[in-house]
Design a protein around this ligand. Sequence first.
Ligand SMILES: [Zn+2]
Length: 662
Amino acid sequence: MKRALILLLILLTTACARSPQGVPLEPVDPFARTIYHNGSVLTMEAGRSVVEAIAVRGEKIEAAGTDAEILALADESTTLIDLAGRTLMPGFVDAHTHLLNDARSRNMSLDQAQAQALRNGITTLGTLYVDERFLGEIRDFADAGFLRVRTGLYLVATDPCGNTLGNWWREHPPTNTPGEMLRINGVKIFTDGGSCGRVALSFELEPGWGLGDLWFTQEELNALVAEVDAAGYQAAVHAIGDRAVHQALNAIEAALDGRPNDLRHRMEHVSVIAPDDLPRFGELGVIPVLIGEYPGCTPYGPPIPEEFGSWEWPWRGLRETNPGLSLAWHSDVPFQSLNPFDHLLGFVTRIDLAGRAVCPPFTWLEENTLSVEQALAIMTIGSASALNRETEVGSLAPGKYADFIVLANDPLAAEPARLAENQVLLTVAGGRVEYCSNGHPDLCPGFANRAPALLPDLRPPLFVRWLVLALLVFVPPAAMLARRRHPQPIRLLGGLTGLVGGLAWVFNLNQQAWLDDSAFFILILLPAFFFSLAAAGLAAVSPPGRLSGFGLWLSVLGAGAMSVAGVLSDWFRIDAGWFLLMIGILSHTIGLLLFGIANLRTRALPRWNGLPLLIGLFGGLVPIVAGILLGENADWPLMMLFGVLGGGWGLLAWQLLSRSKG
Ligand SMILES: [Zn+2]
């Protein structure tokens, strides 16, 4: 009863609706003028790319030019900021990130996530995995006036494994109001592996690997892109391998049918491109969205065979083959660094950094690097085009929004290998100071960084957490020890908890559909606690043979460790939870196997004597082995097998209950 109450309590606290947290955008006086002068101002405008000063009026840029030109605009109410020679440039535009849509799974509020973007100088971004739940969340956040980073949304038409998610996106039409903080840009389509399965290449990365996964036939993809196009959305097509890139270009070409690409259908990642496909980006006007930071230190897989080296990350080839085309940048956080300077370093040198490690690139990669000017243009105005915001942001021109940053060092003067050492000192978005590095009050007089709103802490009070942890640790061994003197109640307890645990486990297998990720631990691991008690109940049935006794103790402690892991990571936020979880599953499984073997000999259970062995084998051991061999791509079969564990425990518990009656 007590445990049922705890479960109910947890369900209630985690299922509670969360209202957005943040601070509304403060109004900007449309006549207030600030002049930033005596600097090196990179405008990203053709023709006059480096000037000395800019004037900001209200939310927008009033003028950019020489100190003399701009200071002439000043009157007695103007705020003057002396840049003291420092570099000022447009805020970075990250055309494809998961910083916001992934915030909750990293235990961050949307406000904390956007504060991270602003600290890193990112003032506009595209959110590339928007499902219905996140759409509601970000809309609430923006409606409350809390959104401080210009955000473009891409609604998912398929999941990363290419399964279509229906056309739910049709109910949320694209928007295009100048200056809106939140925009629905388009629809995201996955065409090959990378996030799920393998990328689709024309060659094998290693003998026996095959050519990777294409999720659609050409006809299917043509139909999907044509549907998105006809409905007036921009298509953002994930294509990593050259076969996927080729297929996606074909599909966009077919959908356009000779029309210009006014909706700006774009392509994500494009890591490997066959030489013949390079000019097609320009011909079709498809904006390729590129990563800067090459994963040299933490490669995704085996390197490309050298004869295809020039196909990998051919950014210079893309730039030179398509001179009129915008190229865009994406950090793809959390898969790559959030820090734009890591990406700038990658674009220019292909060097990757990981802590103190410096990972130099293959020679073929060096042949496809870009200049600092080219890279910065990609990371600002080019990415703004990919988000259909180039008339609003991305360069410093009169009439555009005052979204800009001040840097510690001038990237145009930096030694290439040290480009990542740069720092953002000031971030201004829409004329508001959003971030100012400590120690530079001269850049932001009177401004204090605000502390972003945290996720509401829904954990119970500390003494309750300790109490629950103590119960989880002591109750199962106590039941195990009490079984000799009170076999009947222990059997009953074991049967009931086993049933509840088994059913809850099976039910939880699709928990993501009805609860958010943060409830994962507690909802998977509370059943583990029930398994632990159920194993103690089994001990009250079985003869205390040495092997079966040892197996049951192991099972009790293993499942107990799983549930302790859940409480530690969910309520105490201690990372060792994962480690404990793995040990717990393994020892619970081995314990079940041992008991199963003993039970086949002694036939302690009235029916289905082989059941403990089978659930240990198929519910425990097979998922662990498959998990190690197949990695995350094995989700579905693993879930089925874990279902065996839950369902099997339900059956075992049923036996216990009938045994305790008879
Ligand atoms: Zn992504």
